[in-house]
Design a protein around this ligand. Structure first.
Ligand SMILES: [Zn+2]
Length: 91
């Protein structure tokens, strides 16, 4: 088992979860620096709240792209969120 080393970041007071949320869309749009992307992956690998946040946004993005609408309605986002939450609770 490898321990995941926290990757240092020069922004003081920037928690790993904040980092993920802050760069969520950059990640989804593949606009991250390789360093940031690596740090994000390392974090979501052991932080399920962030992983589900990432999955929700990823799903919403795919659905939006498929339906050709400008942006996802908030209700869709909430619904996917609820489903994922239920899934992770039941398991
Ligand atoms: Zn997190």
């Amino acid at each position: 088992m490898n321990n995941v080393e926290p990757i240092p970041h020069d922004t003081a007071g920037d928690s790993e979860c904040d980092h993920v949320l802050k760069h969520l869309y950059e990640y989804l749009d593949s606009e991250m620096t390789p360093e940031d992307e690596q740090r994000m992956r390392a974090h979501v690998a052991h932080c399920s709240p962030c992983l589900s946040e990432l999955s929700v946004e990823d799903l919403v993005k795919q659905l939006v792209r498929r339906s050709c609408t400008e942006r996802a309605p908030e209700t869709l986002r909430v619904r996917i969120h609820q489903q994922l939450t239920v899934m992770s609770v039941v398991r």
